[in-house]
Design a binder for this molecule. Sequence first.
Ligand SMILES: O=C(O)c1ccccc1N[C@@H]1O[C@H](COP(=O)(O)O)[C@@H](O)[C@H]1O
Length: 218
Amino acid sequence: MPKEVTSADLYIKICGLQTAATVAACVDSGVAAVGFVFAPGSPRTLTVERAIRLAGEVPETVESVGVFRNQPIDDVLAISNRVSLTTIQLHGGESLTDIRRLHREGFQTLKAFSAVAYNALSPQEKLGWAAERVLLDAVEPGAGVTFDAATLKSGALPTFWLLAGGLKSSNVSALLTSLFPRGVDVSSGVESSRGVKDPQLIRDFIHAARGAVPHGAH
Ligand SMILES: O=C(O)c1ccccc1N[C@@H]1O[C@H](COP(=O)(O)O)[C@@H](O)[C@H]1O
């Protein structure tokens, strides 16, 4: 996190939402982004029809993010347009060329890498991603598993990067003040059981994350 990031501009994304109540808990708490999972095989995967209804509850000031993994870019674009998403998060082997196409189509992007995969990029490859919004995660996204975050301390990181992977209200503060990402993304850590989001756990997480950084006026 650039050291000047304050509680007002810390980017907090809550992912895997499936109900109007949890969307409202996020929006009312002033998150930067809410995530809807379209990658198949997750307990959080929702239908396009339900996502359209939920995205309709998200104000323009909050990013509506679709989460995809190794799906054809034409399909990603079709879903994103139907749901009126603002942002596309990609968790597979998608390339910078794919990212640039999504930008040309008017979407913001988040490109996820496992920390292991990101660390294994060459300096030239890291340079290619340096200006993109990148999310650094554990190897299995959405599993609530942490990774050795110290491995991120030695190499070059993009200007805008988010930390994800096993975050919860009890560990987010220490990780924010140790790694200084631009923000955080959480799914499992705000669930009462796998795939089931809890509005109070969402509020607790946001409170804990904001408490870790200097106070800033909204
Ligand atoms: O949440 C999912 O099920 C999911 C499925 C496929 C790709 C990404 C997914 N979620 C992303 O996983 C990370 C961290 O999740 P967790 O907090 O460790 O459970 C986050 O970036 C979600 O957007």
